[in-house]
Design a protein around this ligand. Structure first.
Ligand code: CO8
Length: 262
């Protein structure tokens, strides 16, 4: 991956084809503010263009994935500041990344931190994770998709309860309710689990991975009928790829597929 110097995030490539982004603003429990989000957006879009990278893991520290948007930065904002400058508009740019993003949540994932986690394609957590949408306690509401993504993930009843009470929930609860795919015992296992999954995905055809991600994400926006039609178009389209021939011929010849990613 391209080497960049970042101040509020760290970028490493611990496994073949896998980039690891670690949010790194420890003094404020990774509270999200514009300089950090700008770095995250620069980093993820450059990784999306980087042909040596196939999957991205996003994590925080063992204490905090992110304790929310920076309350001290937000406190003095006026309506004109927020509306006029599209406050937090760019905070969901990560959802435009075409490569899979795997979130590994340890410690606090509150407010904007929970929302950032929910923007990931696959979400893992550990027993140390504390999720929550506490915005109601600050006299606001979730502003980066929390009301929508939480409701899609855990259903309206639980989402409404969580958002109106501001109550926190654990990594284990998040797994039981289907918000996270796996809950690990501790932070290290969680990050390693995410890297293992990213490495596995990096071993597949990039073009097939891209189509899978695109189609599954469409399920969140489209009705089932339109979604299945969308899937079918992509499915038919992949018969025009080399990797479809390579994958199926390798199966028939009992060989390992050597993907061309085209
Ligand atoms: N903003 C700014 N600073 C923060 C934040 C935050 N969200 N969270 C923690 N910090 C700072 C603290 O002020 C403290 O700084 P200092 O040492 O200078 O006083 C430092 O981080 C350490 O925090 P604590 O001393 O409070 O640590 P504790 O272990 O005692 O408590 C908690 C940890 C429970 C996480 C506590 O810090 C807390 O309640 N934080 C606020 C959580 C919150 O309300 N988050 C929601 C914010 S609103 C929001 O996110 C709106 C979403 C908008 C869209 C975002 C798009 C992605």
């Amino acid at each position: 991956a391209a080497e960049h110097k970042y101040e509020h995030i760290q970028l490493t490539t611990p496994r073949p084809g896998v980039a690891l982004i670690t949010l790194n603003r420890p003094k404020a429990l990774n509270a999200l503010f514009s300089p950090l989000i700008n770095e995250l957006n620069t980093c993820t879009s450059s990784l999306d263009r980087d042909t040596s990278i196939s999957a991205i893991v996003l994590t925080g520290s063992p204490k905090a994935f992110a304790a929310g948007a920076d309350i001290k930065e937000m406190a003095p904002k006026t309506f004109s500041d927020a509306y006029g400058h599209d406050f937090i508009e760019s905070w969901s740019n990560i959802t435009r990344i075409k490569k899979p993003v795997i979130g590994a949540v340890n410690g606090y994932a509150l407010g904007g931190g929970c929302e950032l986690a929910m923007m990931c394609d696959i979400l893992y957590a550990s027993k140390t994770a504390t999720f929550g949408q506490p915005e109601i306690k600050l006299g606001i509401l979730p502003g980066a998709g929390g009301t929508q993504r939480l409701a899609h993930a855990v259903g309206k009843a639980k989402a409404m309860h969580l958002i109106l009470t501001g109550d926190n929930f654990s990594g284990e609860q998040a797994e039981q309710w289907g918000l996270v795919a796996k809950c690990f015992d501790d932070a290290e296992a969680c990050v390693n689990g995410a890297l293992d999954t990213a490495e596995k995905i990096a071993g597949y055809s990039k073009i097939a991975v891209k189509a899978c991600k695109e189609a599954v994400n469409k399920s969140q926006d489209l009705g089932v009928r339109e979604g299945v039609e969308y899937e079918r178009r992509l499915f038919h389209g992949l018969f025009g790829s080399q990797d479809q021939k390579i994958g199926m011929e390798a199966f028939a010849n009992k060989k390992k597929a050597e993907w061309t990613h085209s």
